[in-house]
Design a protein around this ligand. Sequence first.
Ligand code: PTT
Ligand code: SF4
Length: 609
Amino acid sequence: MFGWTGVFLRINLSKKKAVAESYDASLALNFIGGRGFAAKILWDQLEPGTDPLSPENKLIFAAGPLTGLGLPNSGKLVVAAKSPLTGGYGDGNIGTNAALHMRKAGFDAVIIEGKAKTPVILHIENKVTEFLDAQDFWGLSTFETEARLRRSNERNAGFVSIGPGGENLVKFATVISQEGRAGGRPGMGAVMGSKNLKAVVFQGSEDPPTAYPKELNDLSAEGYREILTKPNYAFWKQQGTMSTVEWSQENSVLPTCNFSEAVFEEAQKIGGFAMERIKVSNRGCPSCNMTCGNVVIDSEKKEAELDYENVVMLGSNIGLGNIEQVATLNRIADELGLDAISLGNVLGFALETSQNNRIPEKLHWGKFHEVKALIEDIAYRRGLGDVLADGVQAAAAKIGHGSADWAMHVKGLEISAYDCHAAPAMALSYSTSSIGAHHKDAWIIGWEVKEGRGSYGENKVDKLIELQRVRGGILEYLTLCRFPLAQLGLEIEWYSKVLFAATGTELTWNALNYIADRVLTIIRAFWIREYNREWTKEMDIPPLRWFKEPLTKGPMKGSILDPARFDIMLQNYYKKRGWDQRGVPKKATLNKLGISNVAKELRKYVSLS
Ligand code: PTT
Ligand code: SF4
């Protein structure tokens, strides 16, 4: 095979055993890599009903056939497992040297099973895996962990680690790399913690095999050159995703005070230009010449890295309008290894429940010190922090007293940083995303704002599916950053050419879209199997707040989602996907996608039409 190494590394932490396994070429051609591999492995190999925090769960690091080849924006790694936050499929896409080194060590994926008796660090150097004692590392922040590991390894080796959040099984703990890249929103850090795995070090020295190396080098150089010529390149380097703050404010989609409003009086103070005043440099993933991590100096005079989502969820969503303080909260989230999006949600939820006297703790919007203390309580599971550490859905169930109305999530995953009172297509994107309410599968909001907010038309459903195929499908199984395509407009043809030069296999966009549908459908089947109760469309309904409480401010004042029209839109989506009225894939759809074996298994859990 070209492109793929054709080998997975399976590690059992209980037995301290690592075995390299060759896999069949058909797996590569049918699922490609990254999210595709992770979904297929979890479907085939995870015992249904497995407790996500038990040794039986599988933590998977998976790359694509282009990872480690030096191509633009190819330094990403999928980290996946059954999610402890949602009980369904969970993954994230982290930019890290670990991606490159895993492939150069000879592996397309690493599957980690079991649980170490005491904390360990995995050291994978080419074909040799060592299990290093990590008792001295347990309790360290992700920054300290990586700094220490860097001292005893090659500086540019690949490191991924967890902080106290993952160790204490906070259900939205992430995996962190390079002081600011975070991956695995639905608790992949907690899965790592449940296995007593503090960190993984990857070091590899062999280039993966490619079909046409010379052509690949030329295409790579062409890609890097092209990116530099794009009209918005300079502004992108200046602000990265941060300019979205001003855009969201202007268009009334900026989550404010736990998604109760969509404009924030102090938006300018946390926007792209405010960020520029405290910015000192750019940071980012390996193999990237459009690095978008904005490194700033925070209110405690330390370096922090800012992106749109973190700033909004730890800023306007908790009523905080001070960019330096927002940066501090974000840096602390990285150190503790907590997902900043879910964190901003649980904080907003806590503030609102407190303001409405549903909990005894007195908390106030925009009070930096109160929130900072609460974040630490979450990571160390103290008091109210312990309740919030299980995510908004579980916290609301525990607190009761109507607080579920303020729990902003879909399927248990907290909402990313776009309010949907006046954005039905974005609401549908959240409600049908593969991991719960995350924006990565389809950032349709940009298109929807231009197209018209009020409609629930079929064109929105078509656009959503188109975006889900490219972003949630193709880019996630190729494990490539989506920004060159989505933000700078790198041409789609470049991707097909590169894929051919690497693998020697002609894969048209139609073929890639078909594989994307297969991957997204097997993930859907996984959710249904693991849910193991009657699956209904209620699983895909966004938070009721957007249907019940109109916006009271801003250009979209009075807006609210219409439940009947949303339902028609959802049914339309199911129909176009070949799913029934409950959102369960039909037998014919599974057959058409070449996964009829999934139908056989799924039938044990739910009736199939
Ligand atoms: C991603 C999610 C995002 S999406 C952001 S900001 W964004 C948050 N970042 C966090 C952070 O930082 N620290 C922290 N403790 N928690 C955080 N949680 C949030 O995690 C990130 C970039 C960004 S910045 C985005 S949009 C794009 N995401 C991509 C994706 O999902 N797939 C893909 N093929 N390409 C992508 N390119 C962009 O990557 P998750 P990263 Mg992240 C400080 O991982 O779990 O998917 O959640 O990956 O390396 O940090 O790059 O405005
Ligand atoms: Fe990473 Fe940003 Fe570069 Fe994408 S554009 S590869 S997220 S640094």
